[in-house]
Design a binder for this molecule. Structure first.
Ligand code: SF4
Ligand code: MG
Length: 327
């Protein structure tokens, strides 16, 4: 598949409380045309900030984001306006992200107006078409957000993102705030829309079980860095990074026989502050395999198998095959 988006050595630092928060600390990966790249990690690991920096809702501190080869952070105002049509976002909280004083027709229409995509009767028809597309009644166009359930509001947020005809959408935990019974419906809608419209997704979630079935590839983030990225089946069946291994061991397995025999990996301590991340490997204070070199040398981000990237000294080239410890 062709690469749609390239992220190269992207960093996003914030100044806060007299220090620097390294929210996104040098990440490099690409997203392929038509795929869903899942991004998981505990809250505060930088995944939302990364999503927003990719879309240039935040300026990058360093590094590049190339969308169809164009540098998003160097785009002129005119180029950026075009990019805003190509790249959209769906937000986590369908309550906070919709203006309660606007009708849903105006919420969706606002995006059309901003890009001068339709007016008059055409505008109304387009809004109704979008409502139908996300499974809402087209004649609810004059209703207000509070008249809808959480799942329906997330559908409105999706319609708003689709209004401008994007190619790429950052879905920032779009189902985390919804009832479990509604989550699958929204996931199914997103995947139907992807098929229908050839969309590419960066799908952010806080745990691996949530992205398992919908992602082509999955990236695991820890403290501002990507620890591992692989094709989903490889990541779930043969995780390489000790952090991924720990996260996977925490997902319950429905088969009680398998569950009973399984070793749960319990990480020590808490996630350190992104203001003062550990030297060397960010994960070393919690890693069961930490070696001396882990405190001194930052592990390189390397492709150890086709489309399987990991940042961990256990997989250093010279150690590969010789001293690779298995869990
Ligand atoms: Fe653990 Fe060292 Fe690998 Fe970091 S580099 S994950 S501390 S073994
Ligand atoms: Mg978040």
């Amino acid at each position: 598949k062709d690469v749609l988006l390239e992220v190269r050595n992207l960093k996003k630092y914030f100044n806060a409380g007299g220090g620097t928060v390294k929210a996104v600390s040098d990440v490099t990966f690409n997203i392929k045309q038509g795929e869903t790249l899942g991004v998981v990690g505990e809250s505060g690991c930088g995944k939302s900030t990364m999503g927003r920096t990719i879309l240039r809702l935040y300026d990058a501190t360093e590094g590049q984001v190339l969308f169809e080869g164009k540098d998003v952070h160097k785009a002129s105002p005119r180029e950026l306006k075009k990019l805003r049509r190509d790249m959209q976002m769906i937000f986590q909280d369908p309550y906070a992200s919709l203006n309660p004083r606007m009708t849903i027709g105006d919420i969706i229409g606002e995006a059309l107006d901003l890009h001068k995509l339709a007016s008059g009767v055409k505008r109304k028809e387009r809004i109704q078409e979008l409502l139908g597309l996300v499974g809402l009644k087209p004649d609810h166009i004059n209703r207000f957000p509070h008249e809808f359930s959480g799942g329906q509001r997330q559908r409105i947020g999706i319609a708003r993102a689709l209004a401008v005809g994007p190619k790429f959408i950052v879905c920032d935990e779009p189902i985390s705030a919804l009832d479990v019974s509604i989550q699958a419906q929204v996931v199914n809608l997103l995947s139907d829309l992807q098929d229908k419209m050839g969309l590419t997704y960066l799908f952010i979630a806080h745990d691996l079980s949530m992205v398992k079935h919908m992602s082509d590839r999955v990236a695991v983030m820890y403290l501002g860095k990507i620890a591992e990225l692989a094709v989903s089946e490889h990541l779930y069946s043969s995780p390489l990074h000790p952090y991924t291994q720990a996260l996977l061991s925490a997902i319950p397995i429905p088969d009680p026989e398998v569950e009973r025999r399984r070793q749960r990996i319990v990480l020590k301590g808490d996630v350190p502050s992104p203001m003062n991340p550990p030297s060397g490997c960010h994960f070393r204070t919690r890693c069961l395999f930490a070696m001396e070199s882990c405190a001194k040398i930052e592990p390189v981000w390397q492709e150890v198998k086709p489309d399987h990237f990991v940042a961990c000294h256990l997989y250093n080239e010279k150690m590969m095959g010789a001293d690779v410890r298995k869990v």
